[in-house]
Write a protein that binds this ligand. Structure first.
Ligand code: FES
Ligand code: FES
Length: 506
């Protein structure tokens, strides 16, 4: 098939003109997540910022175009090590590593980390991706697994149906936009609460008048002031982006059931109430044609729910006042786990908030309790999992008991990912939101997600237990955040960079 020059970017040409769906769109046209990485004459390139005319006459290789034995080896290794969870970032990462392997088959961990700097993965915490590289490099034989049990564990950890298998590593995890028919209309948010519709993504974006998101110099600041009082320990948190890589997407044919935006994972609670599926159904019926509904990275940041920012003071007897951005369900959580705390909910301009965010409320109160005690002990989650973490010499060590592991590879991967997310929440993640509630950090690199090279070593010990399996990674998230916060001297604001920027000391 001949691709017209007007096809736009190489990613548009591959996905929408040629129907090649392994390169993913996690941030176009930002060129910052690496999900769309392909090889152009053997060199890795992000397809979403490569004009298609630039590759005329050159060789373009996607994950689907790798030799079958290589493709199978990467899929085996990513599955065997747990290096792919939702799988949205994985095709781009495999293509990048295949390019590295062609140049330097024995590349060490540091070289792999540098090469992964062009990518973001929100799920895995990177360690297992390094292990997948080593498995391919060393030609390690794959072991046998019960992938049905592995998928059950993934579903428990992701809190929504999730599969484990080679197809996930190959980018075939069932993402909504991958299944859309080629002739579907495309709809994007128009910025006025409605949808701009076009024959192509570029046309819909042009109608909506979209400009590319950017990182600004507006600082990240916790939006709430502390309540007045004589507090033994205090904590203020900022707006934080869930930063799942697959932005919200759905499609629907007239009169049919829309594709779920939860293709292979729960997006850490971020997509539970996504508007895209209902919009796809309504627009398909209105236009009498199939319609793809897509949120760009900027749309996801502006419209997607965040964990509620808080400002809380606690006395040494455990009483205190928690001021929080008004969020349905927050009062129930506080009443259940901290009945001695008075809740003050405040209306603050900003992006929407939700208690669907990972361990929302529970995590913050666990930090305060540990701060009062002066030590991060074991945490027990509402699910019944128990996790404990320690931080020393730049290493994070985690112990978790969450019933029958079902599949240790998957459980370990989710626990490493949760530890990585907790590390980011405490040390670097935050969104700049101004006093009018406008979000200023709109690019995926501006959320503070920790890169492979900056991620500490994370060790996970899984306690053997015959009890019923329950979610363990949320307990790990809270245990690691607690251990890090205490180890850093209980900084009053999160992320801890707020104090560093003001010249505070540790
Ligand atoms: S979609 Fe191309 S780098 Fe993110
Ligand atoms: S597996 Fe990397 S973003 Fe989900």
């Amino acid at each position: 098939m001949v691709v017209p020059e007007a096809a736009g970017t190489l990613l548009d040409a591959l996905r929408d003109h040629l129907g090649v769906r392994s390169p993913k769109d996690g941030c176009s046209p930002q060129g910052q997540c690496g999900c769309c990485t392909v090889l152009v004459d053997g060199a890795p390139r992000v397809a979403c910022v490569t004009p298609v005319r630039r590759v005329a006459g050159r060789s373009v290789t996607t994950l689907d175009g790798l030799p079958a034995d290589q493709r199978a080896a990467w899929a085996d290794a990513f599955c065997a090590t747990g290096a792919s969870q939702c799988g949205f970032c994985t095709p781009g990462i495999i293509v990048r590593l295949a390019g590295l392997r062609a140049k330097d088959p024995q590349a060490d961990d540091a070289a792999v980390g540098r090469s992964l700097a062009a990518h973001l993965c929100r799920c895995t915490g990177w360690r297992t991706i390094h292990e997948a590289w080593a498995a391919v490099r060393d030609g390690r034989p794959k072991g046998s697994r019960d992938l049905e049990a592995a998928s059950r564990r993934a579903t428990i950890e992701g809190r929504t149906p999730q599969q484990v298998g080679h197809e996930v590593a190959l980018g075939e995890g069932g993402f909504a936009d991958d299944g859309a028919p080629a002739d579907a209309l495309v709809a994007v948010p128009d910025g006025q609460g409605g949808w701009a519709v076009g024959e192509t993504l570029a046309a819909a974006r042009a109608t909506a008048g979209k400009v590319q998101g950017r990182r600004t110099t507006v600082p990240v600041e916790p939006p709430l002031a502390l309540p007045d009082g004589d507090w033994a320990v205090t904590l203020r948190t900022s707006w934080v982006e869930p930063a799942y890589l697959e932005t919200d997407a759905s499609w629907c044919a007239p009169g049919r059931v829309p594709a779920s935006p939860l293709g292979n994972g729960g997006a850490f609670g971020g997509k539970v109430h996504s508007p895209v599926a209902d919009a796809a159904r309504l627009l398909a019926d209105a236009h009498g044609r199939a319609v793809r509904v897509l949120l760009s990275r900027e749309d996801t940041v502006r419209l997607g729910p965040k964990r509620p920012p808080i400002a809380v003071g606690m006395r040494s007897d455990g009483t205190g006042v928690l001021r929080a951005v008004r969020t349905p369900g927050l009062a129930d959580v506080v009443r259940a786990i901290a009945p001695t705390i008075t809740l003050e909910e405040v209306d603050v301009p900003g992006p929407p908030t939700s208690m669907d965010a990972r361990a929302a409320g529970w995590a913050e109160l666990a930090l305060l309790r540990a701060g009062l005690a002066g030590v991060a002990g074991a945490v027990r989650s509402p699910d019944g999992a128990v996790a404990e973490a320690s931080v020393a010499d730049g290493r994070i060590e985690v112990r978790v008991a969450c019933g029958d592991p079902l599949d240790e590879v998957v459980l370990r991967s989710y626990c490493i990912g949760a530890a990585h997310m907790a590390f980011g929440w405490v040390t670097s993640e935050g969104l700049a939101v101004d006093g009018d509630g406008a979000v200023h950090d709109l690019t995926i690199r501006s959320f503070g997600v920790v890169l492979a090279l900056d991620t500490p070593e994370i060790d996970v010990e899984i306690v053997h237990d015959d009890g019923p399996p329950v979610n363990g990674s949320d307990a790990v998230f809270v245990a690691v955040a607690t251990a890090l916060w205490v180890e850093r001297g209980c900084p009053p604001d999160l992320p801890d960079t707020v104090r560093a920027r003001r010249g505070g000391s540790r």
